[in-house]
Design a protein around this ligand. Sequence first.
Ligand SMILES: Nc1ncnc2c1ncn2[C@@H]1O[C@H](COP(=O)(O)OP(=O)(O)OP(=O)(O)O)[C@@H](O)[C@H]1O
Ligand SMILES: NC(=O)c1ccc[n+]([C@@H]2O[C@H](COP(=O)(O)O)[C@@H](O)[C@H]2O)c1
Length: 270
Amino acid sequence: MSNKHILQYFVKNSKTFQIIDGPININNTENEVLLVLDSSFNPAHWGHYTLINKAVDYYRDILPQDTRFHVLLLLAIKNADKAPKPAMFPERMDMMCILANFIRKTLEDVNVSVGITSHGKFVDKDKDVKELFFTAFKNCRIAYLVGFDTIIRIMDAKYYVPTPLSVALQEFMQHAEFFCLTRDDDNNDIKKQINYSSDITEGRYEPAIPRNWGSKIHSVLNDNKYSYISSSIVRKQFSDGKRNLLNEVPEPILQYLVNESDTNGKSIFL
Ligand SMILES: Nc1ncnc2c1ncn2[C@@H]1O[C@H](COP(=O)(O)OP(=O)(O)OP(=O)(O)O)[C@@H](O)[C@H]1O
Ligand SMILES: NC(=O)c1ccc[n+]([C@@H]2O[C@H](COP(=O)(O)O)[C@@H](O)[C@H]2O)c1
């Protein structure tokens, strides 16, 4: 079935979560880590790949040698902020499957699945991930891979009104953790980004954010060659006619963008 048909079925049946590529469950939760990258994938780029790569490196360093890694690429077909915009979703799903294959080829011993969700907020996505992805939810580790711009939005009380943040995320924060990479950001300097988790632990964000959540956020410095990349930049440059985007986008993704645009006679993003 094409991704277009999968999406039509998903929407028609009011589903909230579906795996569209790769394994659909994890049986042995004792030594497995699930790394979830939730994104708009519009398009997929090196910023996404480096989040996964660095998260695998990070957990390989701190966990036992026999730990197995499972990456879940998750597309939110509803955004926590933006109105639903169905255009391009099948193409984004295609690109997620391409990225999944690229990860399988380039990162050793990493399983990859691709899923779609209709939930905008992480706290809601997490319920489905736990329920539907794991056959036994015991001692498994789920880490959400995010950039700094996203972690501060997850920790923003406005998304949960009238429930206080500490209540809305209480259960979620008991088992979930975040691997958080710095990004170029005019409003938040690198020091603030890197110190975010320790500042929470020291109580600097109290009473909004409980200090014990600080240990659940692992802040890691990005590489300069990846920290500036965003889908908006790629969309803009590609639509302006730039095709030399290999610093921003893995080759198979670029190939897909070029092929799709050639077929339509104009940039896939226009
Ligand atoms: N270059 C990057 N470095 C680190 N994290 C990133 C990078 N690009 C995206 N991310 C993170 O990946 C997740 C998914 O990103 P998403 O695709 O929504 O962002 P984006 O590339 O900024 O998209 P857009 O420009 O369309 O807003 C987010 O948590 C985001 O912070
Ligand atoms: N409070 C939250 O859980 C929260 C806040 C902002 C964005 N998100 C999600 O983060 C993902 C990336 O969003 P953007 O593409 O807007 O950066 C989307 O799935 C969006 O729905 C979640």
